[in-house]
Ligand binder design. Structure first.
Ligand code: NAD
Length: 497
């Protein structure tokens, strides 16, 4: 199997695919076909063509996977010390680093994202496994002072079988930020990757097996949300769900979880504000906004998709942003493009629909605003980097997540208006601000409703910083020690002595 980066890229460009991709579900330590025998195609969004097939799972495959995960919960896995669990995670971290190029090229083929971004994602996954490897034996409870006749303490226990449902925009990194802490905590898992992007999660399961994970501890079932996802979240054999995806599906998952009172973390959408005050470092702000909205072609839950700019600086800022957006050349993720494709024709149509409606409503489109003709970009699914002026706080451009390379601009008179605008949607995932005035930056950080706030660098942080939303962006936190605790149940023990 090829592992060299240049050879992998050449092979993927020449053949349109890669040899050695996993083709089955990973259940009880091995790859298996679906009970039904059905398979589905996976598409390269940069070319708009299928490049591989994979097993298409349903309730019968979920049943097998949950049975394997339940059995593994009381198998050899339960007898490993936390430090031994950490050693497996550390071995996995090193193996991912060794095979980073292969993971990244497969991620680019499957999701469409630019190779440099996929490499960044894989680097983050190496760090995530190392972080939770180190955390596995530091997950301790407290002792409580109850007086001379009692001893009271708390124990963090693994929650049991964890289900994880993953979207297509960050397939490997989203799967890893659930799998690594769940394993560190001592849980077993059934993971359902998005139907558009199953491969890197299946590769990760195989790699963890090689790193020493006992059979059945991590199971991955590929399939659609309707066939496999719905069966997983409704299964009575799971103890916890981590769901990452849209608000509409999250609401369905929440209803399914209610049936068995299953614990739930919801990581949903966003319409995150990025405030730029007149006193900012303009170069840093331009660079930050470009990354916040055009990275992964805007298909990021935490994208800075709503620019809230102080009137005094709006004209020069917008002029620079328009020029930068027009300089981004769309192209295949394995080439040297400035912006990659949209993951599916359905998502491309959704993005175009939002912008077409804004145009019809009279919104001013400063740049972009159209699908790139497929013949101009190798047949793939691309949308032009777009900047559009919003028309008041009730404008759908302000309120609705687009999940594409579309920046909505709100011009406001001053700092107080910026805070009000930032908080005026039903989402509350992340928020950013660019200003040289740190007192105002910290006032904003406290006043804005968001799970993460970035001051003078959007997307700053890493695996140590808890991540998640409020309101319709969901609840619960991934990453950091909070992410680890989401896979634990706390037991209080009191003894009379
Ligand atoms: P989606 O909700 O359509 O699908 C997400 C996952 O849910 C997929 O694996 C899908 O197969 C599965 N699914 C679909 N129906 C299901 C059902 N009835 N029961 C169980 N599972 C089901 O979302 P999407 O379009 O793939 O992803 C984009 C959305 O995800 C955006 O709204 C984005 O903001 C959000 N997102 C949030 C975060 C976060 O951390 N907050 C991260 C990434 C993406």
């Amino acid at each position: 199997m090829i592992v060299d980066r240049a050879e992998l890229v050449a092979e993927a460009i020449r053949s349109g695919t890669l040899a050695g991709l996993p083709g089955g579900h990973f259940i009880d330590g091995r790859f298996v076909e679906s009970v039904s025998g059905r398979r589905m195609e996976s598409f390269d969004p940069g070319r708009g063509k299928a490049f591989a097939t994979v097993a298409a799972g349903d309730g019968a495959d979920i049943d097998r996977a949950v049975a394997a995960a339940r059995a593994a919960l009381s198998g050899p896995w339960s007898r490993l010390s936390p430090a031994a669990r950490g050693e497996i995670l550390m071995r996995a971290s090193r193996l991912i680093a060794e095979r980073a190029a292969r993971f990244a090229v497969v991620e680019t083929l499957d999701s469409g994202k630019r190779l440099a971004e996929a490499e960044g994602d894989v680097g983050g996954v190496v760090k995530a496994f190392a972080y939770y490897a180190g955390a596995a034996d530091k997950l301790h409870g407290d002792s409580m002072p109850l007086g001379p006749d009692h001893v009271g303490l708390t124990i963090e226990e693994p929650v049991g079988v964890a289900a994880q449902v993953v979207p297509w925009n960050y397939p490997l990194s989203t799967a890893a930020r659930g799998i690594a802490p769940a394993l560190a905590a001592g849980c077993t898992l059934v993971v359902k990757p998005a139907e558009q992007t199953p491969f890197t999660t299946l590769m990760l399961a195989e790699l963890l097996d090689e790193a020493g994970l006992p059979a059945g501890v991590l199971n991955v079932v590929a399939g659609t949300g309707t066939d496999a996802g719905a069966a997983l979240v409704a299964h009575p054999g799971i103890d916890h769900i981590t769901f990452t995806g849209s608000v509409a599906t999250g609401q369905r998952v929440m209803r399914a979880a209610a049936e068995h009172v299953t614990r739930l973390v919801l990581e949903l959408g966003g319409k995150s504000p990025l405030v730029v005050l007149a006193d900012c470092d303009l170069d840093a702000a331009v660079a930050g906004i470009m990354e916040a909205i055009f990275e992964n072609a805007g298909q990021i839950c935490s994208a800075g998709s709503r620019l809230i700019v102080e009137e005094a600086i709006a004209a020069p800022l917008l002029e620079r942003l328009v020029a930068s957006a027009q300089a981004l050349r769309p192209g295949h993720g394995l080439g040297d493009a400035g912006i990659g494709p949209i993951n599916s024709p359905a998502q491309l149509a959704r993005v175009a629909g939002h912008v077409d409606r804004a145009r019809a409503a009279g919104n001013r489109i400063l740049t972009g605003g159209a699908i790139v003709p497929p013949e101009e970009c190798g047949g793939g699914w691309f949308y032009q980097p777009t900047i559009v002026l919003a028309d008041g706080p009730d404008d759908p451009l302000v309120q609705e997540e687009i999940f594409g390379p579309v920046l909505t601009v709100q011009v406001i008179p001053d700092f107080e208006a910026a805070i009000a605008a930032a908080n005026a949607t039903s989402y509350a995932l992340v928020a950013g601000i660019y200003t040289r005035d740190h007192a105002r930056a910290w006032r904003y950080a406290r006043a804005v409703d968001a799970g993460q706030v970035y001051i003078n660098e959007f997307f700053a942080g890493g695996i140590a910083m808890p991540f998640g939303g409020n309101r319709k962006s969901g609840f619960g936190r991934a990453k950091g020690m909070a992410g680890l605790r989401s896979y634990c149940k706390l037991k209080s023990v009191v003894a009379r002595i």
